[in-house]
Design a protein around this ligand. Structure first.
Ligand SMILES: [Zn+2]
Length: 109
C-alpha cells in the first residue's frame, strides 16, 4: 500500500507525490522514500509517458523479485525540458542488468 508519510492518505500505484503535501509517496510496507533511494543506488531503467506501461513492468519485475519505483519526472530533481509527463521506472543498481534484460524480453514479445 502506498501512503503519504505526512497526511497518511492512501494512494494507488503510480502516484509519486502527494498533491496536498508535496511529500513523496512511500510504500507503507517498506517506509522507503523514493527521494532517498534516488540519491543512493537506484537507476532509471525505463521511461515512458504511458503510466500503464510502467505499471505493467513494475508488476512483472516485482514478481520476478526485482524492486522497482515509479518516479514522476515532474519532480524538480529531474528537470525535463519538453515532455513534462515522462515517468521513470527505477531499479536498484545491482539489479539493473537483470531488469533491463527482463524489459527487453517483454518489449520483444
Ligand atoms: Zn499528503
Amino acid at each position: 500500500m502506498l501512503i503519504c508519510p505526512n497526511c497518511k492518505y492512501e494512494y494507488i500505484n503510480g502516484i509519486t507525490i502527494c498533491p496536498d503535501c508535496r511529500e513523496y509517496i512511500v510504500d507503507s510496507a517498506s517506509h522507503i522514500q523514493p527521494k532517498e533511494l534516488v540519491e543512493k543506488d537506484w537507476l532509471i531503467i525505463y521511461t515512458s509517458n504511458r503510466e500503464y506501461e510502467l505499471q505493467m513492468f513494475k508488476d512483472n519485475l516485482t514478481s520476478a523479485g526485482i524492486d522497482t519505483i515509479i518516479f514522476s519526472q515532474r519532480d524538480r530533481n529531474f528537470p525535463t525540458p519538453g515532455d513534462m509527463s515522462v515517468i521513470s521506472l527505477l531499479v536498484k543498481k545491482e539489479q539493473a542488468e537483470e531488469a533491463a534484460n527482463f524489459i527487453n524480453e517483454v518489449l520483444r514479445s
